[in-house]
Structure formats: structure tokens, C-alpha cells
Design a protein. Structure first.
Length: 239
């Protein structure tokens, strides 16, 4: 018999307004993150990160869908946050946003870790990106709607591990009845199905929208701290 699916993903990750607040709800306490500087000792940096994570168990990130891109003098992006507020993201780094110029496209999603709200001279609210903030920016080539669909699908899948993403039959039951293991969706490699009919049904039932962005949600869920730490560990090993 199929298990009852845990389908309430309404509070997880992108849906969580503490982790991903609207511009007006960004909490200043979470906008600092220890930065690894050249010459810092790796162990003491890790300690600082751990202390910080204990103190502020939250990760905070701005997320908005890109509505306008201007790169006349510098890259300036207008994005709409979860509450519908329009904010300006202006790149004041030494490359004037050149790193993100290709990636910033209307309809895609821009994210900024530990965002520091800024009020510009012209009255716009948003973020002023300096050299030190450049790595905190991510552009994801999906609409916010697709990311939310993927967010919900991801937690439905991970909340019901080793079950078919459509009928929630357990891998053990499927193996017992058909002799087959669950097979993964070839594109996202995250959703698993007991057969082709279940895969088709789920595809038409929303996986079509979510599929492409599922790996991005997995990356966001695992967290940038982990990425950074992995990178730093690699650097430490090389050095
Ligand atoms: Zn199934
Ligand atoms: Zn898929």
C-alpha cells in the first residue's frame, strides 16, 4: 500500500519568510557573514563561521524576479520581491557588474545572500553591490514561479524518500511486485518513479514546470556555507 504523502511544503526554504524575507522584512542581524580574507587562518575562520551559525541559526537571502536590466554605465537590475515590491540592485564593484551582465535576464531570478538594504539618492530602495558583495549574488535562469514549483516538489520528494513521486509506492513494494527498482527522472535525477505511467502522470501534474529547477533547489537547500567551506577546504589542501 502506498504511504500517505507529506505534501505540505508551504513552510520550507523559499516559502520561509525568515530565510527569504521580502525587502521590507530583512532583519539587520542576519546581514553580516564572516568573510574569509587573504592571510586569515583557515581554522580560526571556521570557528568564526561556526560561532556565527550558532548565534544566528538563520541564513538570510533576498530573492527577486528580474523585471528590467540596464547596463549603460553599470549593471542595474530592477527586481520584484515576494511581496511585489520593486527594488534596484546596482553594481558598484570594480567590474560594474560585468560578471553578471550575461546572466541577468528579464524573467530570471536574482538572489543576494545576507543582503544589506540600501537607499539610493534617487529614492529607490535596493542593494548596492560592492566588490566584497559580488560573490553573494546568484542569478538562477528560472522564473520565481518555477523556483517555487520546484521548491514544493523538492520537499514533497525528499519528505517521502524512496517512494514513487506520483503514487508514493515504496521502493520495497515496487521491487517486490515488479522486481524493478524505482527509476529517476533523467533530467533532474531527483524525482523517482515506479513506472512510465507514473512518470507521465507526474509530468502533467506539475513536474514539467518544476523539473528543470529541482537541482537549483537542491543547491540552495544544501546552502552556500557548505559550498564555501568545501572550496576553502580544497584551497587549504592545495596550499
Ligand atoms: Zn508510481
Ligand atoms: Zn525531473
Amino acid at each position: 500500500m502506498a504511504a500517505t504523502p507529506q505534501s505540505d511544503a508551504s513552510q520550507f526554504l523559499l516559502r520561509d519568510s525568515t530565510l527569504f524575507p521580502s525587502f521590507d522584512n530583512i532583519d539587520d542581524r542576519y546581514t553580516y557573514y564572516p568573510k574569509f580574507e587573504y592571510g586569515d587562518d583557515f581554522d580560526s575562520y571556521n570557528e568564526e563561521v561556526e560561532e556565527w551559525q550558532e548565534k544566528y541559526e538563520y541564513h538570510t537571502e533576498f530573492v527577486g524576479e528580474i523585471k528590467e536590466v540596464d547596463n549603460l554605465l553599470r549593471l542595474v537590475v530592477k527586481a520584484v520581491d515576494r511581496s511585489g515590491k520593486r527594488v534596484m540592485i546596482a553594481f558598484y564593484d570594480s567590474n560594474r557588474g560585468g560578471v553578471y551582465e550575461e546572466r541577468c535576464k528579464v524573467g530570471h531570478t536574482i538572489m543576494i545572500q545576507y543582503p544589506k538594504p540600501h537607499h539610493f539618492m534617487d529614492g529607490s530602495a535596493g542593494f548596492r553591490i560592492e566588490d566584497e558583495d559580488i560573490d553573494a549574488v546568484t542569478v538562477i535562469p528560472h522564473s520565481y514561479e518555477r523556483l517555487l514549483a520546484a521548491n514544493d516538489a523538492y520537499f514533497k520528494i525528499t519528505g517521502n524518500p524512496d517512494t514513487c513521486a506520483n503514487c508514493f509506492a515504496s521502493a520495497a513494494d515496487v521491487k517486490c511486485k515488479t522486481g524493478n527498482a524505482l527509476s529517476s527522472c533523467a533530467r533532474c535525477k531527483i524525482a523517482k518513479y515506479c513506472n512510465r505511467e507514473c512518470q507521465m502522470a507526474d509530468w502533467n501534474n506539475g513536474h514539467k514546470l518544476a523539473c528543470r529547477a529541482l537541482p537549483d533547489i537542491e543547491r540552495i537547500e544544501k546552502g552556500p556555507e557548505q559550498d564555501n567551506l568545501n572550496e576553502l577546504e580544497e584551497l587549504a589542501r592545495e596550499g
